[in-house]
Design a protein around this ligand. Structure first.
Ligand SMILES: NC(=O)c1ccc[n+]([C@@H]2O[C@H](COP(=O)([O-])OP(=O)(O)OC[C@H]3O[C@@H](n4cnc5c(N)ncnc54)[C@H](O)[C@@H]3O)[C@@H](O)[C@H]2O)c1
Ligand SMILES: N[C@@H](CCO)C(=O)O
Ligand code: NA
Length: 440
C-alpha cells in the first residue's frame, strides 16, 4: 500500500518536531501502522524557513487552504494555534473529508463541541493527544486504558511553563520574568504567555480531560481559572517549611452536586510524587473507582515530546486505512508481518553501573588492590566509600565495608572482575553486587 499522505499546517516548534521524528523513525512507524506515513505538503507563512526544515522534496505553500484542497491528502495536522484561522481551517478540513490531528487545546476547549459535531457528521476523526500534557499519553489512558472505571477525580500539573517558573524560583531564587523568558526560549510557552501564567492554558487542558473523564461537553467557560502571578516567594517558602510544595494544579472532580472544574495554585504535601515533579515536566493523577490512583508523568511541552503525541494520533488514524481495518491495533503493537528478529541480549552483554559492597580486612593496601583490579578489568569507578573498621575478623584483625559505585560496565566484564576480587584473601565475605539504574 502506498504511504498515507499528510498535510501539515504550521511548521513551528511542534510542526518541525513532527516532521523530524516522523522522518527519523519512519520505518518503525510503518511497521506499527501497517502503512507508511508521509508529510507531503506543508503550509506556513514563512515558506523559506519551512522549506529549509523539510528539504526540497516536500511541497511548501503559504496558503493552508491549498493543503486542504489537495485530494491526495487524507490527514491534516493543524499546528498553527489559536482560535482564529485555526478554527476555520480545521472546520474546512473536516468538510473536505480529511481527518484532523491537532495540538491546539485552546481551540478544542472553546470550540470543541462544534468541531467534534462536524467531524462526527462527516465520519472523520479529530485527534488531540498532543493538546493535553504534550507527550504524555493521557488522552489515550483516559479514553481507552481506564474505560472500566467511574473516574472520581483528576489533578494535574499540566502547564510546563508555570511549573518551570515555580521550580526555578524556589530552587534558584530566580526572578519570575527571567524564568518566563527562558521558558519562551525553550519553546514551552504559548504564543501569548499570559495564557500560561494566568492558568488559561491549564484550564484548556483540564476542560478537555474533564469532558473525556465524565462524558460531558467541553465547556471552558465554566472553569475557574487562577494563575501564579499573585503568588509570592514568601508563601512558597512558608509552604515548604510546613512540609508542602505549591503547584499550579488543574483539577476536575465528580461530586454528588456536579463536576468541579478548576485551576489554581495548591499546596500539596511534599512527600507526594506529584509534589516532586520539577521543571517543565508534567504529571497527571487520575483516580478511578476500580483502579484507584494512577500517575502519568513526562514532558508536557517542547518540540519532539509534543510531536510524539501528534504522531501517535497519525498512527491511530492510519491503522483505519490499512488493508485490514478490523485489526486496528495489532496484538503486539507492530503489524504481524513486520515483526523483527533482533536478538534478546544475554545478560552478560547487558551494560549497567553497579553498587558493590565488599567485606574486607582492614589492612594497608587493600583498597589499592581492589581498585587496581577493577582498573585492570577496564571498570571505571564513580565513587568509593570506606567505613571505619568495626568488626573483629576471624584472624583477630578488624574488618570493614568497602562500598564502590562504578560507571557503566558490561555484565560479563563485571562477573570476571568479581570472581577475581572474591578470590583475594583480604575479601572476607561474598561480595554484594546491586545493579544501578539512573532512570533519567
Ligand atoms: N510548543 C509546545 O511545546 C506545545 C505543546 C503542546 C501543544 N502546543 C500547541 O501546538 C500548536 C503549535 O504550537 P508551536 O509552539 O509549534 O507554535 P509556533 O508558533 O512555534 O508555530 C506555529 C507556526 O504556524 C505558522 N503559521 C501561523 N499562521 C499561519 C497560517 N495562517 N498559515 C500557515 N502557517 C501559519 C507560523 O509561521 C509558525 O511556524 C499550538 O496550538 C500550541 O498551543 C504547543
Ligand atoms: N505552553 C504549554 C505548552 C504545552 O501545551 C506549557 O507550558 O505547558
Ligand atoms: Na498527551
Amino acid at each position: 500500500m502506498k504511504p498515507i499522505q499528510v498535510g501539515l499546517l504550521g511548521i513551528g516548534t511542534v510542526g518541525s518536531g513532527t516532521f523530524n521524528v516522523l522522518k527519523r523513525n519512519q520505518e518503525e512507524i510503518r511497521r506499527r501502522a501497517g502503512r507508511g506515513i508521509e508529510i507531503t505538503m506543508v503550509a506556513d507563512l514563512d515558506t523559506a524557513r519551512a522549506q529549509s526544515i523539510v528539504g526540497p522534496d516536500v511541497r511548501v505553500v503559504n496558503d493552508a487552504r491549498a493543503v486542504i484542497a489537495n485530494p491526495e491528502i487524507d490527514i491534516v495536522i493543524e499546528l498553527i494555534g489559536g482560535y482564529g484561522i485555526a478554527r476555520s481551517l480545521v472546520l474546512e478540513a473536516i468538510a473536505a473529508g480529511k481527518h484532523v490531528v491537532t495540538a491546539n487545546k485552546a481551540l478544542l476547549a472553546v470550540h470543541g463541541t462544534e468541531i467534534f459535531a462536524a467531524a462526527s457528521a462527516k465520519g472523520v476523526m479529530v485527534a488531540f493527544e498532543a493538546a493535553v500534557a504534550g507527550g504524555i499519553p493521557i488522552i489515550k489512558a483516559l479514553r481507552e486504558g481506564l474505560t472500566a472505571n467511574s473516574i472520581q477525580w483528576i489533578a494535574g500539573i499540566i502547564n510546563g511553563t508555570t511549573n518551570f517558573i515555580l521550580s526555578e524560583m524556589r530552587d534558584k531564587g530566580l526572578d519570575f520574568a527571567v524564568v518566563l523568558k527562558e521558558a519562551q526560549r525553550l519553546g514551552y510557552a504559548e504564543a501569548d504567555p499570559t495564557f500560561d501564567i494566568e492558568g488559561v492554558d491549564a484550564a484548556h487542558k483540564v476542560t478537555l480531560m474533564s469532558a473525556i473523564a465524565f462524558g460531558i461537553p467541553v465547556q471552558f467557560d465554566k472553569a475557574h481559572v487562577e494563575g501564579i502571578t499573585q503568588l509570592g516567594a514568601t508563601d512558597i517558602k512558608y509552604a515548604e517549611q510546613l512540609g508542602y510544595r505549591i503547584k499550579l494544579l488543574g483539577i476536575t472532580k465528580r461530586t454528588t452536586e456536579g463536576i468541579e472544574l478548576r485551576v489554581h495554585p495548591s499546596l500539596v504535601p511534599a512527600k507526594r510524587l506529584i509534589a516532586n515533579v520539577e521543571g517543565a515536566m508534567n504529571a497527571v493523577v487520575v483516580n478511578g473507582d476500580a483502579v484507584g490512583t494512577t500517575l502519568y508523568y513526562g514532558k508536557g511541552a517542547g518540540s519532539e515530546p509534543t510531536a510524539s503525541a501528534v504522531i501517535a494520533d497519525l498512527v491511530d488514524i492510519t491503522r483505519l486505512h490499512t488493508a485490514d481495518p478490523h485489526h486496528r491495533v495489532p496484538h503486539l503493537a507492530f503489524q504481524p508481518d513486520a515483526l523483527s528478529d533482533v536478538a534478546v541480549l544475554p545478560m552478560s552483554e547487558v551494560v549497567t553501573s553497579y553498587y558493590l559492597r565488599l567485606r574486607v580486612a582492614d589492612q594497608a593496601g587493600v583498597l589499592a588492590k581492589v581498585t587496581g583490579l577493577l582498573a585492570g578489568a577496564g571498570i571505571s569507578i564513580d565513587a568509593v566509600l570506606q567505613r571505619e573498621a568495626d568488626e573483629v575478623s576471624g584472624e583477630g584483625g578488624t574488618s570493614t565495608d568497602l562500598i564502590i559505585l562504578t560507571h557503566d560496565t558490561r555484565e560479563g566484564t563485571m562477573n570476571d572482575a568479581l570472581a577475581q576480587l572474591q578470590n583475594l584473601p583480604t575479601v572476607l565475605a561474598p561480595i554484594v553486587r546491586i545493579r544501578k539504574e539512573e532512570l533519567n
